[in-house]
Design a protein around this ligand. Structure first.
Ligand code: FE2
Length: 413
């Protein structure tokens, strides 16, 4: 039996500090004082103890591959897709797994213990798919990984792609993806969304579609996703990723769409770090931000989460693995600077992402896995203001990362 006691933990929405006790990786007691013996005791000292961060959207097959074979000089989505097209022919199983594992370890040090990755399944050997499905198994003791079958080049741009997506789902992907705005025609885009829903129904998978990741105000596949979710009644199992064109829709259309959204409960996943740099590239001035309506969707009661999308790859050259950094960027780009709004941005990298991934046992609750992070601050506002790194990351009741907060000393004056 292994036991862990985290003392003096400041939990969100609790006035007094609490002790959190876990046995064999499961939380068994949360109380103002727990006196049970423990193999390891961590004194949080009144600091914030939070459920771990949840990465709802990343591409692990392309992480840490920036510059291979060349850098994206235009900074556009489409040059990124071109470069990836050149790179993916030389992928090997080891290459993908090594880079992906390095990224997962990096994220774990930042307190990320749940990750949803997309994997490009239009590469006919499906090497990256196999590498990531095996990696899901390899890391399962410390990281929960979901894999989305993502047709980067579209379902219908080549005759074999549709079959490749189905093969990928059959091999055990957690979710079916799509990219309707990149299909050759509007009609193909509509049909690709319906096909993704059909595959998900057939194989019991979730749905997460790259949707309207363009600045074109006529890119309207979100309405197709919403219509399918309303008709099939499966909204909570559906995620619309990016939806950047929503930021360019006219207000009258956006108002109508918001009404339809209230009839379903689909999840929105925005990726502000990358989309603030990728989008708006063909604008002169005013230059659009190229982000979905994060704040308005949140105000409309939609489940909104935010992710990294990329770490040092053909689409985005930076990336640290930190979701606190993503939440910090969200506050800026969506102008959510009120205190409640900042707290909501923290939700977007924790509970809201957990909901999008349909993780039933997420959160600091008796009976749930002992997954938690200790942050060297007293609340979510300070966590974002200082963009902190957790001092302890605990997965299944084991400490898997310890970090020393950066030390800065003013010695003059
Ligand atoms: Fe993406």
């Amino acid at each position: 039996m292994s036991t862990l006691l985290v003392k003096n933990a400041r939990l969100r929405h609790h006035a007094e500090v609490m002790d959190v006790y876990s046995v064999d990786g499961e939380i068994v007691e949360i109380a103002p004082r727990v006196d049970a013996p423990a193999d390891e005791v961590i004194d949080a000292g009144g600091h914030l103890v939070s459920p771990p961060f949840v990465e709802p959207h990343i591409h692990l097959d392309s992480v840490l591959a920036a510059g291979q074979p060349r850098y994206n000089e235009s900074g556009t989505l489409f040059e990124g897709i071109q470069i990836w097209g050149e790179r993916k022919g030389s992928l090997t199983y080891e290459d993908v797994q090594t880079r992906a594992l390095e990224a997962l370890k990096l994220m774990a040090t930042h307190g990320v213990l749940y990750v949803r990755t997309h994997v490009d399944v239009t590469e006919p050997r499906l090497i990256a798919l196999d590498a990531l499905l095996d990696l899901r198994e390899r890391v399962k003791d410390w990281m929960t990984l979901q894999v989305v079958a993502f047709p980067q080049d579209g379902f219908y741009s080549r005759p074999e792609n549709d079959g490749l997506v189905e093969t990928a789902v059959k091999r055990g992907c957690d979710a079916v993806g799509g990219i309707p705005h990149y299909e050759l025609t509007r009609e193909d885009g509509v049909r690709s969304v319906q096909r993704a829903f059909d595959l998900a129904d057939q194989y019991g998978a979730l749905i997460d579609i790259h949707c309207d990741e363009v600045d074109d105000d006529q890119s309207r596949f979100l309405e197709v996703i919403v219509a399918e979710a309303i008709k099939r009644g499966n909204g909570p199992r559906v995620s619309a990723s990016h939806t950047t064109a929503f930021g360019s829709y006219n207000d009258s259309y956006a108002y109508k769409l918001m009404g339809f959204l209230r009839r379903t409960s689909i999840n929105f996943i925005a990726n502000p770090l990358i989309n603030i740099t990728l989008q708006g590239r063909t604008d002169t001035y005013p230059k659009r931000r190229g982000l979905t309506r994060i704040k308005e969707l949140w105000q409309n009661g939609q489940n909104v989460s935010v992710g990294q999308d990329c770490i040092h790859d053909p689409w985005y050259i930076f990336g640290t693995g930190s979701l606190i950094g993503v939440a910090y960027m969200t506050v800026h780009v969506s102008q959510m600077t009120g205190l409640k709004e900042i707290d909501a941005c923290y939700d977007m990298v924790t509970g809201n992402s957990g909901h999008a991934l349909q993780i039933a046992d997420y959160g600091l609750k008796v009976g749930n896995p002992a997954n938690l992070v200790v942050l060297p601050v007293i609340n979510t506002f300070e966590a974002l203001r200082h963009q902190v790194t957790p001092t302890h990351v605990i997965s299944r009741g084991r400490v898997i990362a310890r970090n020393t907060p950066g030390v800065r000393s003013f010695t003059g004056g």
